[in-house]
Write a protein that binds this ligand. Structure first.
Ligand code: AMP
Length: 221
């Protein structure tokens, strides 16, 4: 199985798509956002720093993210493929990632760029709810992806919460940061011939089918 990277604006659905890939292909999902949210709960200098950056929608310093990605990719469960989501967020991180891959003897694999309009993202960001127990993702602004019972996870019964940065103000900042940094990253992967563009303005299964057609088509060949 090739490695998979997602590049997408905030709330484009990369976490949801990653869950579906995990279910089908049983590879680990590495999300820098999830790792950083865990670190932000720590009562330490780094924990307080990360918590502040997360709540205003900026980017955490590269030396922290570079280190945590390398440590995570060195783990045994990444040997047969993994999904990386939320990294790289700028061209320096993309270059560091190339070096980490080289050191570990891994290939980039597929880089999926999910394209989606800003208005749709705003709708998704305000409706996103996450299970605090199993991290399943819902959207109360979408009929097909709302939880069956208000504020409760369909899968495990856990309580659903809203991320601190899932509000319109933090979204605007996160989206501007994304637009500023993403161009050179896209060019970097396009030149390497590993970029696949996905239309994210579809239902969850519609987006998944586009991604899975590419992965499963390659697996068969
Ligand atoms: P996400 O869950 O991917 O939307 O990430 C949530 C937040 O975590 C972002 O808005 C950033 O503050 C931080 N973050 C996640 N990944 C990175 C990264 N690769 N570099 C710097 N900050 C990051």
């Amino acid at each position: 199985m090739k490695n998979i990277m997602f590049i997408a604006p905030p709330a484009a659905g990369k976490g949801t798509q990653a869950e579906l890939i995990v279910e089908k292909y049983h590879i680990p999902h590495i999300s820098t956002g999830d790792i950083l949210r865990d670190i932000s709960k720590e009562n330490s200098e780094v924990g307080h720093y990360v918590s502040e950056v997360l709540s205003n929608g900026g980017l955490v310093k590269d030396d922290i993210t570079d280190q945590l990605i390398e440590q995570r990719l060195r783990k045994e469960d990444c040997k047969n493929g993994y999904i990386i989501d939320g990294f790289p967020r700028n061209i320096d991180q993309a270059k560091i990632y190339d070096r980490i891959l080289y050191k570990l003897g891994y290939d980039i694999g597929y880089v999926f760029l999910i394209n989606i309009g800003e208005k749709e993202l705003e709708k998704r960001i305000t409706g996103r709810r996450i299970c605090e127990n199993c991290k399943a993702i819902y959207n109360i602004n979408s009929e097909s992806n709302s939880p069956k019972v208000n504020s409760t996870c369909d899968l495990c019964g856990g309580k659903l919460y809203q991320r601190k940065d899932d509000n319109l103000e933090a979204f605007q900042n996160r989206y501007q940061v994304y637009l500023e940094k993403i161009g050179p990253i896209i060019d970097h992967y396009r030149k390497k011939g590993v970029l696949y563009e996905i239309d994210g303005n579809h239902s969850i299964s519609g987006v998944f089918n586009q991604i899975d057609n590419i992965i499963s088509g390659d697996d068969k060949s």
